[in-house]
Design a protein around this ligand. Structure first.
Ligand SMILES: Nc1ncnc2c1ncn2[C@@H]1O[C@H](COP(=O)(O)OP(=O)(O)OP(=O)(O)O)[C@@H](O)[C@H]1O
Ligand SMILES: [Mg+2]
Length: 259
């Protein structure tokens, strides 16, 4: 529908850890159908920002607004219900489940509805389960890994497992997808594939991509926010941010692969 409405907004968010200011009055917005990148050198506050949105960390000042309302006491287990999905640094796949089962787990609230109806009416539960299975297979197919549905994730190359983790995040049809350093541990070729996948999400959920790799962020994002020592030092379209002297300064001395 309206492809340009703000769905997530951080207003002047400050987080302190025992005297250290990890985020210092950070504001940003994420918009439906667009990819927003958050980059910055080590210790800039990227993960802290991610954790604030997920409800792991409470801001000391400022607020997180979701669909125009302040989120004050949300917790990570509220995210799916709110319409927020995330992939964590690393994989977080369950080794004892198949690829398909791992993806089905991502739609937890729907699955739970199936559980309750299952207590009273088995056919309904079967129907829910079948529908969920179908949705999970559809996500796997979109990400090009449907052929691996029956295998345990541990047998698959890392890049393929990353796709499975992404399918799991998408199966609940979130309005916001948070990606925490999805490129960590990927080869250059896998990173290109990831960039393609993220570009393919454009027009779908709002995406917030927290990443250390400046070149990946620049190639997939519609807008970029650059953090350094907890402060926003630049924001705007990628080509403008890329050439900003403050950004070049912040990244000086960092290995910026391919940049
Ligand atoms: N739980 C915590 N307790 C104390 N200090 C913390 C905590 N979490 C983060 N910090 C500090 O806050 C600052 C920001 O850390 P954060 O992890 O958000 O940075 P980052 O941008 O994700 O870095 P990286 O690129 O290394 O992942 C750092 O100085 C870090 O040491
Ligand atoms: Mg981090």
């Amino acid at each position: 529908m309206s492809g340009s409405s703000t769905i997530l907004e951080l207003r002047e968010v400050t987080v302190r850890f025992a005297g250290l200011v990890a985020l210092d009055g950070v504001s940003l917005t994420a918009t439906e159908g667009r990819v927003t990148g958050v980059i910055g050198p080590n210790g800039a506050g990227k993960t802290t920002l991610f954790n604030v949105v997920c409800g792991f960390v409470r801001p000391d000042a400022g607020e997180v607004r979701w669909r125009g309302r302040a989120l004050r006491r949300h917790r990570p287990h509220d995210l799916t219900r709110l319409g927020i999905a995330r992939t964590l640094q690393g994989l977080g796949l369950f080794p004892g489940l198949t690829v398909l089962e791992n993806v089905m787990v991502g739609a937890e609230p729907h699955a739970r509805a199936g559980f309750w109806s299952g207590l009273f009416a088995l056919p309904r539960a079967d129907r829910d389960e079948a529908a969920l299975r179908e949705r999970a297979m559809a996500r796997l197919a979109e990400l090009g890994v449907a052929g691996e549905a029956a295998r345990p994730p541990g047998e698959l190359p890392y890049g393929v497992q990353k796709r499975v983790a992404l399918a799991r995040a998408l199966v609940a049809e979130p309005d916001l997808l948070l990606l925490d350093e999805p490129a960590a541990g990927l080869s250059a070729a896998e990173m290109d594939e990831l960039a393609e996948l993220i570009r393919g999400l454009r027009g779908g959920p709002a995406v917030v991509l927290v990443e250390h790799h400046m070149d990946l962020v620049m190639s997939v994002c519609d807008q970029v926010v650059v953090l350094d020592f907890g402060k926003v030092i630049a924001s705007g379209p990628p080509d403008r941010v890329r050439d900003d002297p403050a950004v070049l300064d912040a990244y000086l001395g960092e290995e910026v692969a391919g940049a």
